[in-house]
Design a protein around this ligand. Structure first.
Ligand SMILES: [Fe+2]
Ligand SMILES: [Fe+2]
Length: 254
């Protein structure tokens, strides 16, 4: 077994909470560059054996997350470039690289648990299709839903998996996901700030509809893993819902 405990991540200067409509891409670029530099090298045990009732459902769920984190982000990169702020385009590039690093970590975890990697899954295709419907803002609204669900799931994993090396892996991913949520929320807040009140409420309504649909689909698909972690579907939806509403109301300035 070649296990090595992760060294705690060095302090990264986090972008200060800005007032709505004041997204600072240079500050975010600094954050993403720093975060990349201090990312700890990860070495997991060659073999991870959890309780039988936990291992199989966890592999099944992680396989789906691994696929979701794998994307090259061509579409998002293209729109970020078109947006006309080189710093923002660089941030998006580093954001995608962080997601890919999560995919890499997850694939290590899955293989150590004696699982195999998927090449595709319908939930990933559904998210990609939805994200591409319109343009950058729409894509970010959908990404934010995936980030909320991902962050909440990883947090439950970190808290409830009861296996130290995995707790550390998932805690580090959670830290990244918290900042991804903040990054997209602050950008959307800047972009949506000037929308008329009625439009904001309409966007909020549609956004909530998609969010709850995604959330219910998620708990149906990941029921066994949630149950293995001791989390009820209701608790999971309530946790996601709380995070989502904080982010959505901030992004829309409601
Ligand atoms: Fe991620
Ligand atoms: Fe993320």
């Amino acid at each position: 077994m070649t296990s090595q405990s992760l060294t705690p991540r060095q302090k990264v200067d986090l972008p200060a909470l800005q007032s709505p409509g004041t997204f600072d891409s240079s500050q975010w670029l600094k954050y993403f560059e720093e975060n990349r530099k201090v990312r700890p090298a990860l070495r997991l045990p060659n073999e991870i054996v959890l309780e039988e009732a936990v291992q199989a459902p966890l592999i099944r769920s992680l396989q789906r997350f691994q696929i979701g984190e794998t994307g090259e982000g061509h579409h998002l990169r293209k729109y970020a470039k078109k947006y006309g702020d080189p710093n923002y385009a660089k941030c998006v590039d580093l954001f995608i690289k962080e997601e890919q690093s999560h995919a890499q970590v997850l694939s290590q975890v899955i293989l150590s648990m004696n699982g195999s990697l998927l090449t595709w899954h319908w939930t990933d295709l559904a998210f990609i299709a939805l994200r591409r419907v319109l343009h950058l803002k729409t894509e970010l609204l959908i990404i934010l839903i995936a980030e909320v669900i991902g962050k909440c799931f990883y947090k439950y994993l970190a808290d409830n998996v009861a296996y130290k090396p995995l707790e550390e892996v998932f805690s580090l991913i959670v830290l990244d996901e918290i900042m991804h949520l903040k990054f997209h929320t602050e950008f959307l807040s800047e972009k949506l700030n000037g929308y008329p009140w009625l439009v904001k409420h309409f966007v909020h309504y549609i956004w909530c509809l998609i969010f709850y649909t995604a959330c219910f689909a998620f708990v149906a698909d990941h029921k066994k893993a949630l149950s293995a972690l001791g989390v009820t579907s209701g608790d999971f939806i309530a946790t996601c819902s709380k995070t989502f509403h904080v982010k959505a109301t901030r992004a829309l300035g409601l």
